[in-house]
Design a protein around this ligand. Structure first.
Ligand SMILES: [Zn+2]
Length: 523
């Protein structure tokens, strides 16, 4: 047989956490046709043969927690992800998905998730659209978000669901899972997810459990009240029977620093009781979300447009400002504007809210509110609230895997977004594995390939083995580095020689080839 590609003399880290070995593999028709230890067998031929001496060959990285489905319509080559070695993106996290959609609530969903074609209603139609129209450069699978389901059923109503609405939500969740949604997610700091009580989430998680899908949650709180929020998440899993994924586990605010010993213990205790609990994490001390998340949730009643209207009333405005100050706890200097589309706010991108307030001559909360007034949910923030000690401790837990929590962007993205979108995976390999020595390379790779693949039920990705799809990363473990920084985020990572998606060369030495060979993966 003439193979399409042979990679020989590589240091193979196969994604299973087994010790690395010298060897190579051959690719035919997008799949790993054969794999060997040591010297290449004689008489093998290929259209291209690559001598990988000095380089490590691993499975392509699986980004179990990202938001590419919010942005890849404009960036189908998903450069930010490809150029850090991500060959499979997993969207639909934090309760935020773009389906299911009811046309009557389309504008509400748009104000929640952002601009997109919305040329679908059911989850299956959404996946079809991605497959036929977006055709991203990497593989894509997606969870179904509680926020989207709740908006479809009852808009931004800040109350319990009625029995009829509950039945509607359950039916939408069940059909989304049947049509290929990878899991069920919630985002309980955001409206309308925050309006759901534990009983609603437990009922819905039962539907997920019955379908064999896990429940991923951006918990109700990740700072002062995390010891209420984490037990709630665990109870929902325990009482519904669903497997649990704690999303982007972290502790925000100085008062909570160091207490990851306790959060990890709570997860371990749950596991010991038989709860199938896992977590993911991005490797940074800053978080990132909507800049509008600095406003109180009650202000979102009726949606973002209703919020903007509400701000105009002076009494309500004062109450919003007071709540913003209280929630922020004097941390405005740590909260930076990542992006804002309004022309007059462009000059504030990359600056802290304190600096912005100085430039505007306003108190911090007023300055922040004025940005939300002009940009709604389209402005983003970068928020420095964690400590390295917690980041490193969480990363080392055996039930924690790597995710970026990032978006699909190009190198020409016009803001200063959180560098996680461009550099999360090389940061774990370079900084945390090589420089900090937190774990061996085999463990680092496992946390971004074999482990998330197992979690997602993939049987033909995430491991280098014969018959699997040839999603591959070839990198130099001595030099791989997260060059994207907070000040200069929109750039490729160095040390990553080649990235293949389904056997197709998609990046070479930091440059995208333009290939778009990703597949849509339905559960
Ligand atoms: Zn989240």
């Amino acid at each position: 047989m003439i193979y399409d590609l042979i990679i020989k003399n590589a240091n193979i880290v196969d994604g299973s956490e087994a010790p690395a070995f010298a060897g190579g593999l051959a690719v035919k028709d997008g799949k790993i046709a054969t794999l060997w230890h040591g010297e290449m067998p004689e008489d093998m031929q290929a259209a291209e043969t690559l001598d990988a001496k000095g380089l490590t060959l691993s499975p392509g990285f699986i980004d179990i927690h990202c938001h590419s489905d919010e942005t890849f319509y404009n960036y189908p080559t998903v450069d930010s992800k490809i150029l850090q070695g991500v060959t499979t993106d997993v969207g639909g996290n934090c309760g935020i998905s773009l389906a299911p959609l009811k046309q009557k609530n389309k504008e509400l969903l748009r104000s929640y998730v952002g601009d997109a074609p919305y040329a679908w209603e059911s989850f299956g139609e959404f996946l079809d659209y991605v497959e036929k129209e977006v055709r991203p450069s990497n593989n894509f699978t997606c969870g179904v978000g509680h926020g989207a389901i709740r908006i479809a059923a009852m808009g931004f109503e800040p109350r319990q669901a009625t029995a009829a609405e509950m039945a509607d939500m359950k039916a939408m969740l069940a059909s989304s899972l049947d049509e290929g949604a990878a899991f069920f997610s919630s985002g309980l700091i955001y409206a309308p997810g925050c309006y759901a009580d534990e009983a609603e989430l437990t009922e819905l998680s039962k539907v997920a459990a019955a379908k064999g899908a896990f429940y991923a949650t951006h918990m109700r709180n990740e700072n002062l009240h995390i010891f209420d929020a984490l037990p709630e998440a665990i109870r929902i899993a325990e009482n519904s029977g669903a497997s649990l994924q704690i999303s982007h586990h972290k502790l925000i605010r100085r008062e909570m620093w160091g207490r990851s010993t306790e959060t990890l213990q709570l997860i371990e205790d749950a596991r010991a009781r038989g709860v199938d609990a896992w977590a993911d994490q991005y490797p940074y001390i800053a978080s990132s979300t909507y800049y509008a998340s600095n406003l109180p949730n009650w202000a979102y009643e009726g949606g973002v447009a209703a919020l903007i209207e509400r701000i105009k009333d002076p009494v309500t405005r004062r109450k919003i400002l007071d709540d913003m100050e209280a929630a922020c706890g004097g941390r405005w200097g740590d909260i930076f504007l990542g992006f804002a589309p309004a022309e007059e706010d462009k000059k504030y991108i990359g600056k802290s809210t304190e600096e912005i307030a100085d430039m505007m001559g306003l108190p911090c909360a007023e300055a922040a509110l004025s940005i939300v007034e002009r940009n709604g949910n389209d402005a983003s923030e970068v928020n420095f609230g964690m400590c390295e000690e917690d980041v490193e401790r969480i990363m080392q837990a055996p039930f924690v895997m790597t995710g970026s929590d990032g978006w699909a962007y190009g190198l020409d993205y016009p803001g200063k977004p959180h560098p996680r979108s461009y550099g999360a995976f090389p940061r774990v390999l370079g900084h945390y594995c090589r420089e900090r020595g937190l774990f061996p390379l085999e463990t680092a790779v496992y946390k971004m390939t074999g482990l998330p693949a197992k979690r997602l039920g993939f049987t033909d990705r995430g491991l280098l083995k014969e018959g699997n799809w040839a999603d591959l990363c070839l990198f130099d473990p001595a030099t791989i580095k997260d060059d994207p920084t907070y000040l200069d985020p929109c750039k490729p990572c160095s040390g990553l020689a080649r990235v293949y998606v389904n056997g197709v060369l998609t990046a070479k030495d930091g440059k995208h080839t333009g290939a778009r060979s990703g597949q849509v993966i339905r559960r």
